[in-house]
Design a binder for this molecule. Structure first.
Ligand code: ADP
Ligand code: MG
Length: 731
């Protein structure tokens, strides 16, 4: 019965690392080879077309049709010379993956027959994929089926295999976003404008502000043979059952230890693929949990960085199979073991080369730094609910807020030095006109912020939103997420806040308050108003839960409840005022997310039902029968003696235990089906999602409890599914 499990284990013993041939080759020799980047555009485009594209990238101007034809021609020439036979619009629909539909570069010759390679500006700029099965939240009726994909000039085209991929946005016929990219681009435009306006107080040369992102992608590797023997991993990416292994991460001996050979070979392979696509991968290491790893790039402009993250996830999945691995991006594939996140390191930089989250050399640049820091604090404080909504999903909620730490509470870590600075500002800035002495004193104080705040002793690994010296690190983002979901909210709320700040400061200036004083007074008020969101202590401790409650911070781990944050008047206002989402789009998106949540739980519930009834219960019954046979055997040998009673007694106890667990599993399984039926009848998607959360989801845990108990009792030789020790330590 346990054949598959043991075959898998045997297969594993024969695995060898699969090194790539040219592992030691300098990366700079081939970095970006498969990207239609600036140097290739220069080579393949006329000067006119090149300048046209650059203008579109830099100023967001439109690509005109005539130019589009020229660009398409150049792109096609480069692509076909580099082995591409097909092209696709590559986009980020509201699913967990990117989408593509390939077309060959061919067309019929009008004279002389045969075909030729063809690609036009029209096909480059816009397409109408029949994407009627992708989620739209009712924005697009299936019978209309019209969704458009349109070229995002700001992210360069690239070749994967034999296909030229064009990063695109995906919108409905009436212009509503059906993807992650379009609102991300809008939020980036909003924060660019709002930040540049605020920078005018400090430096008139700032005309443009860019959002940067550097992600840290955590993942698990599981041997492919073992993965195939676990239907739950195959279908849900997480183990729905499995007793903890005697050893897992207690010794913390995996973190930063030497990377296993097979894994190194895998990393080198997918990194090379990434370099070819211009993804600047920089760091690789073991993570805390066994078989958990991390990869991180050098940071880039946020939209490009997010494309690169989506792309690398795809590459990692493909390359893993070559190495006999499966890569798991699920936030919590294993119960009781660290989950996987995707820290979004985020910063803002100006066209003058200044990082707005880096303290400067003098009081003026430091005032600019404090302005941006406090506006982020204020935005995070005022929109905690949206930040939670942007990262909570059916899978990430296992990592945040379910039984294990960390909780689903947003707080900001600033570190000792900044807390000191803010404390002093709060005390010293007067609400009235400053005396010259006060002015000098404050200027001196602000000037004293150390230029380098990066201090490794001051890092707090338990904060969901930490200031780490020259950037914010949004750690609550899930490993399987499209980072855009979090970035859209972050950029929008900070843009909205910066606009508000400008209005408030200008109002004071209009009343005759000097600019510097107006800024300081406003910042001082923000310091007071955002105190509750600042927390430098242990975010995983039970005391923090209590403290956060006293402070009135949000603590929502239920996905359906969290998602409602998108629909409050306050949220609708900030999204529409910054031209990111209109209320209709917000409603559609929330519906898509709720449906996604329902489907994920529904699938887990079905898979668990299947495994317990068809794998676990029969195994337990077989083992019970072995025990029965034993009891009979003992009786034949010993008769009804005292010896028999002792020996058979133990076995009968065991039989009773097994039978109890089986009964519980069967009952819970029946309850779970009933709960699903009730929830499926509910037409209101908000209510249905809540029912799934409160009535179906708990059954999964209860059934698991009994299955895991059985795993401890049943003969190891009979147990059909690879155990935690095998999944976590085989590599
Ligand atoms: P950690 O200690 O958090 O692992 P790392 O030095 O490994 O820190 O950096 C993590 C990530 O932070 C990388 O993806 C890196 O590109 C990114 N990063 C560094 N500086 C910035 C910045 N100014 N803006 C955005 N991301 C940044
Ligand atoms: Mg980090």
């Amino acid at each position: 019965m346990a054949k598959l499990r043991f075959m898998a284990l045997k297969e594993l013993l024969n695995r060898k690392p699969l090194y790539i041939d040219d592992a030691g080759r300098p990366i700079s020799e081939y970095f970006g080879r498969n990207v239609f980047d600036m140097s290739k555009m220069k080579k393949y485009l006329s000067t006119e077309a090149f300048n046209h594209v650059m203008k579109a990238i830099e100023e967001g101007s439109r690509i005109d049709r005539k130019m589009a034809d020229q660009i398409a021609l150049g792109m096609k020439a480069w692509a076909t010379e580099n082995g591409a036979t097909h092209y696709t619009h590559w986009f980020h629909p509201l699913t967990d993956a990117t989408a593509e539909k390939h077309d060959a570069f061919i067309d019929f010759n009008t004279v002389g027959g045969g075909v030729f390679e063809s690609f036009s500006g029209k096909l480059l700029v816009q397409q109408e994929p029949d994407a009627s099965s992708l989620p739209s939240g009712g924005l697009r009726n299936t019978f209309e089926a019209r969704g458009y994909s349109a070229w995002d000039v700001s992210s360069p085209a690239f070749i994967v295999g034999t296909t030229l991929c064009l990063p695109t946005i995906f919108i409905s016929y009436t212009g509503e976003a059906l993807d992650y990219k379009m609102p991300l681009l809008k939020s980036l435009a909003a924060i660019d404008k709002a930040s540049a306006d605020v920078c005018q107080y400090f430096d008139k040369n700032v005309t443009r502000v860019t959002s940067n992102m550097g992600w840290e992608q955590e993942y698990f590797l599981v041997d492919e043979a073992l993965y195939m023997a676990r239907p739950d991993l195959m279908l849900t990416e997480r183990t729905l059952m499995g007793h903890s292994s005697s050893k897992d991460q207690q010794l913390e001996d995996h973190y930063f230890s030497s990377i296993p050979e097979r894994v190194i070979a895998y990393m080198e392979d997918f990194e090379r693929e990434s370099y070819l696509l211009g993804i600047p991968v920089k760091t690789r290491h073991n993570e805390v949990a066994p078989n958990q790893f991390e990869v991180a790039p050098i940071y880039e402009e946020a939209n490009l960085s997010n494309d690169h993250n989506q792309l690398i996830m795809d590459i990692m999945k493909k390359v893993a199979r070559k190495h006999g691995f499966r890569v798991l991006f699920h936030e919590k594939p294993f119960k009781g073991i660290n989950g996987s996140g995707k820290h979004n390191n985020w910063s803002l930089s100006t066209n003058t080369g200044v990082n707005l989250f880096s303290p400067g050399k003098n009081p003026r640049t430091n005032m600019q730094f404090l302005t941006f820091l406090l506006n982020v604090l204020k935005a995070v404080h005022d929109h905690q609910d949206l930040l939670l909504a942007s990262i909570l999903t059916a899978s990430n909620t296992h990592r945040l807020g379910s039984n294990e730490a960390p909780p689903s509470i947003i707080s900001v870590f600033l570190g000792h030095e900044l807390n000191r600075v803010l404390g002093e500002l709060e005390e010293t800035v007067p609400d009235k006109k400053m005396t010259p002495d006060e002015k000098t004193f404050i200027k001196l104080n602000i000037g004293k912020i150390p230029e380098i705040l990066l201090d490794n002793t001051d890092r707090n690994r338990t904060s969901p939103f930490a200031f780490t010296g020259d950037r914010f690190e949004y750690r609550a983002v899930g490993s399987s997420a499209n980072c855009a979901s979090a970035l859209i909210v972050l950029n929008t709320i900070v843009a909205g806040q910066l606009k508000r700040f400008k209005i408030e400061v200008d109002a004071l200036i209009d009343k005759g308050v000097k600019k510097d004083e107006a800024i300081l007074q406003t910042l001082k008020r923000y310091i007071k108003e955002t105190k509750n969101i600042r927390f430098d202590g242990n975010g995983y401790s039970p005391e923090w839960l209590e403290e956060a409650k006293r402070r009135g911070l949000y603590n929502i781990s239920s996905v359906p409840e969290a998602l409602e944050a998108y629909l409050t008047e306050k949220s609708k206002k900030v999204f529409s005022e910054n031209d990111v989402f209109d209320p209709k789009e917000l409603e559609a998106r929330t519906e898509v997310e709720l449906k996604k949540f329902i489907k994920k739980i529904q699938i887990e519930s079905r898979v668990l039902g299947d495994i317990t009834i068809n794998h676990i219960v029969p195994t337990a019954v077989s083992y019970m029968n072995t025990l029965f046979a034993n009891v009979h055997g003992l009786k034949e040998v010993f008769g009804k003696t005292a010896d028999f009673n002792t020996m058979a007694g133990d076995m009968l106890d065991l039989i009773k235990k097994i039978s109890d667990h089986i009964q519980h599993i069967k009952n819970m399984q029946a309850n779970m089906i009933q709960a699903r039926k009730r929830a499926n009848k509910e037409e209101d998607v908000h209510k249905a999602a809540r029912l799934y959360n409160t009535t179906v989801r708990p059954c999964l845990d209860e059934i698991r409890y009994h299955v895991d108990k059985l795993e401890l009792i049943v003969d190891n030789e009979m147990w059909p599914l690879p155990k935690y020790r095998e999944l976590l330590f085989a590599r």
